[in-house]
Design a protein around this ligand. Structure first.
Ligand code: NAI
Length: 407
């Protein structure tokens, strides 16, 4: 069938298999055209491996460090009427290229918060690797979580805390800027967002791996966070998601202690704001990203997920000098270029001036929208969109091979 983008709000409900495959190829090409990460990891588990930062983390591990990878994610396969989700097609393409290159790559599709997916992942690691995982990347972005022990379900919200927040925001489709006003979260919403996006599940994963003695000596684990500028503070750093991220930071300290008997380490990497399915959902942030893209491109500082993660592995986690590079608070900062004083000064100067009349000259909204479509395999250079596509694309080593009723 011929596939076209169908955008609803901040998501696209269709995805293009050839475009997604090309996205993966481009990222692999970026990695293989840079120096190999010689002291990199060898057996890597990526939780949230199919899109955004997690996909890039899997690609850098495999093609930069020649690591074996197991990827866990939650993606929708194609059915009679609908395409699969973008992360499905990315993984199909990733596995195909990895296998051709002789790299072990297996994938597990299901709810990473559940005990059953953890147990299945553990079974794979035992059977295929006999343990020895030396890097666990935690890159989940989810709107909900069912707690594996209580069965309670939580929904995360993107709201300020304590007081309403108003600022400019942009409508993805029309490109129209308007003012958005968001009421503060209730205490229950704050607690629920922590339950979804905080550190408990990350700790459960590491605990399960430790119990089964599947982590190698000196294994590392890392989860991703964001800080950002003052203007997004009320909706991000000081909002519900920010509180959840603080919980993630607290989890990293606990994990650090937990991992010390095997000489392991736990880190938080603070990453740059980028167009992903997760960030598109946050009010105000897409307009900020459009502005930061313009400023950073002009200063030759722009990076996407793959550039960010390559720098994370090569200049922070697996440096030739040995020790992992962290800031005074122990955080890995690959948002350093976004947060540079001259960049943030430009943000502070330009932000108040942006309106409908100067959007295309003052920001890179065109670039933002292009990147948004690319997330789903559209507007990808070199792809012929007049060619009919087979929407059912297998992921060669997927578990479960038959898709269950969750979709
Ligand atoms: P994304 O939406 O591109 O990827 C989310 C991943 O999580 C996908 O692989 C998806 O399949 C998986 N996932 C979601 N729910 C799941 C579940 N229940 N079970 C298994 N897998 C599930 O998101 P993105 O932006 O790459 O975010 C990843 C992490 O990076 C998040 O912690 C986010 O806060 C952080 N981050 C993102 C930034 C951004 O600007 N996009 C900036 C800094 C940090």
């Amino acid at each position: 069938m011929l596939i076209e983008p169908k955008v609803r709000g901040y998501i696209c409900t269709t995805a293009h298999p050839a475009g997604c495959a090309q996205n993966v190829q481009e990222q692999i090409k970026y990695v293989t055209s840079h120096s190999p990460i010689t002291s990199g990891p060898k057996k890597v588990l990526i939780i949230g491996a199919s899109t955004g930062y997690g996909l890039a983390s899997r690609i850098v591990a495999a093609f930069g460090a020649k690591a074996q990878t197991i990827g866990v994610f939650f993606e929708r396969p194609a059915d009679d009427k609908r395409t699969a989700s973008a992360g499905w097609y990315h993984t199909a393409a990733f596995e195909q290229v990895a296998h051709q290159a002789g790299l072990y790559a297996k994938s597990i599709n299901g709810d990473a918060f559940s005990d059953s997916i953890k147990q299945e992942t553990i079974a794979r690691i035992k059977q295929d690797w006999g343990g020895q995982v030396d890097l666990v990347i935690y890159s989940l972005a989810s709107p909900r979580r069912t707690h594996p022990q209580t069965g309670l379900s939580f929904k995360s919200v993107l709201k300020p805390i304590g007081a309403p927040y108003s600022n400019k925001t942009i409508d993805m489709m029309s490109g129209h800027i308007s003012n958005v006003s968001i009421e503060p979260a209730t205490p229950k919403e704050v607690a629920d967002t922590i339950a979804v996006m905080g550190g408990e599940d990350w700790m459960m994963w590491i605990e399960a791996l430790l119990q089964e003695k599947l982590l190698a000596k000196a294994a590392k684990t890392i989860a991703y966070s964001y800080i950002g500028p003052k203007l997004t503070d009320p909706i991000y750093s000081k909002g519900t998601i920010g509180v959840a991220k603080k919980d993630l930071v607290a989890a990293s300290s606990m994990l650090q202690k937990r991992l010390s008997p095997i000489g392991g380490q736990a880190f938080i990497s603070v990453n740059k704001a980028l167009v992903t399915q997760a960030s598109a959902a946050i009010p105000v942030v897409p307009l900020y990203i459009s502005l930061i893209y313009k400023i950073m491109k002009e200063k030759n500082l722009h990076e996407g997920c793959i550039e960010q993660v390559y720098r994370l592995y090569s200049d922070r986690l697996y440096r030739k000098e040995g020790q992992v590079l962290v800031d005074a608070e122990g955080l890995i900062r690959i948002d350093d270029w976004e947060m540079r004083e001259d960049v943030q000064q430009a943000v502070a100067e330009l932000w108040p001036k942006i309106d409908d009349t100067n959007l295309s000259t003052m920001t890179d909204f065109v670039g933002y929208r292009h990147e948004f479509y690319k997330l789903f395999g559209f507007e990808v250079a070199g792809v012929d969109y007049t060619q009919a596509q087979r929407i059912e694309v297998p992921i060669p080593s997927l578990y479960p091979s038959k898709i269950n009723s969750v979709f």
